[in-house]
Design a protein around this ligand. Structure first.
Ligand SMILES: Nc1ncnc2c1ncn2[C@@H]1O[C@H](COP(=O)(O)OP(=O)(O)OP(=O)(O)O)[C@@H](O)[C@H]1O
Length: 329
């Protein structure tokens, strides 16, 4: 019997507009984006379309190229090649009025360590023509009680909330959040997710979020692009990705000669029936499982990192199953 491995969510691909997305230009349009640091190629031709009001997650492991991509979109890094338009403008040529429409987490406020939280927010508000009310904003991000606290006395989670407050004080149309929940405890994380959802759903802010956490991407994003080693390996809504990942089941059993066998198939019942007929009785150690999206994601990450080298397999379900076993162990 042969195995057909479609690897449905594992191909290098582009992330075009969602079906039924609003007409008009996407808020972010990227074509064949390439980036090299010296001789090292870290982005290998990325295409993205992100539309107004979407929460879009760029999901990938450490070193995948997420921050590089976001910094290019923010206008902080010069790309090596490709076309990029953010709010209709090439970020490399974005002026102050363009920048005022974008919310991003700046590192520079960290120089204002001795400022009080509310004071800093009020100061940043003066940079924008139509800022939010600082007191309302503090309530929105859950920092009212810390209003008079010095910023260098905030916890890591509180600092991230202040990051977001500073990023949205100018009422941006587009918000970039680069790994925003790193270091959060579960409660802070849940509160933060609620805040991001509110911004998108209630205020129509388009959000590009980077994360290496699949659960976070699934929880928040309308669409996900999986970036691995500088290439988009899969994209779609969380449910589309999950459905495609589960389309093929993995059947495992022990052959009559004692060897462990496994095979991917879209019709496990057919395979089990054939095995039963060939064996002439019960199939030993029979197991049927469908890979989860997490199995597939971890497989892509490990495969591109070379973990699968020497195993002689490119079967997504094999590595996915191993990953699943590692987690269960
Ligand atoms: N300024 C730089 N000079 C040289 N190489 C860099 C530079 N910045 C990033 N890189 C390399 O580019 C690759 C992509 O890095 P990038 O920070 O974009 O990844 P990432 O997906 O954001 O990772 P992480 O989740 O760890 O933040 C990595 O191999 C990194 O070492």
């Amino acid at each position: 019997m042969t195995t057909t491995d479609h690897q449905p969510v594992g191909q290098a691909m582009t992330a075009p507009a969602p079906t039924g997305s609003p007409a008009g230009q996407p808020i972010i349009r990227v074509r064949d984006l390439r980036m090299s640091y010296g001789g090292a190629h870290v982005l290998h031709g990325i295409d993205l379309d992100i539309h107004r009001g979407e929460i879009f997650a760029l999901l990938g492991p450490n070193g995948a190229g997420k921050t590089t991509t976001v910094e290019i979109l923010e206008g902080f890094r010069q790309r090596s090649a490709g076309e990029v338009a953010v709010l209709g403008t090439d970020p490399a040529r974005g002026d102050d009025s363009w920048r005022a429409r974008i919310g991003l987490v700046l590192q520079s406020w960290r120089d204002h360590r001795r400022w009080q939280v509310a004071e800093l927010l009020t100061h940043f508000a003066t940079y924008y023509p139509r800022p939010r009310d600082p007191a309302e904003l503090l309530a929105l991000v859950g920092l009212t009680e810390q209003a008079r606290q010095q910023v260098d006395r905030l916890s890591g989670g509180q600092r991230r909330r202040l990051d977001v407050a500073l990023a949205i004080v100018g009422r941006p149309e587009l918000l970039f959040l680069d790994e925003p929940t790193t270091g959060f405890d579960p409660e802070a994380r849940r509160d933060f997710h609620d805040l991001v959802e509110r911004l998108a759903r209630d205020e129509g802010v388009t959000i590009l979020l980077t994360t290496h956490d699949l659960a976070e991407a699934e929880r928040l994003a309308d669409r996900i692009a999986m970036l691995v080693n500088g290439r988009i390996r899969a994209y779609g809504t969380p449910s589309e990705l999950a459905r495609r990942a589960a389309a093929q089941a993995e059947v495992r059993w022990t052959a009559p000669d004692g060897t462990a066998r496994r095979e991917r198939t879209e019709d496990p019942s057919q395979l089990v029936w054939e095995l039963h007929r060939e064996t002439g009785g019960p199939v030993a150690d029979l197991e049927v499982r469908r890979p989860t999206l997490e199995d597939t994601y971890l497989h892509m990450v490990h495969r591109d990192a070379g973990d699968g080298a020497g195993t002689g397999t490119t079967d997504a379900s094999e590595a996915g199953a191993s990953d699943g076993e590692k987690r269960a162990a």
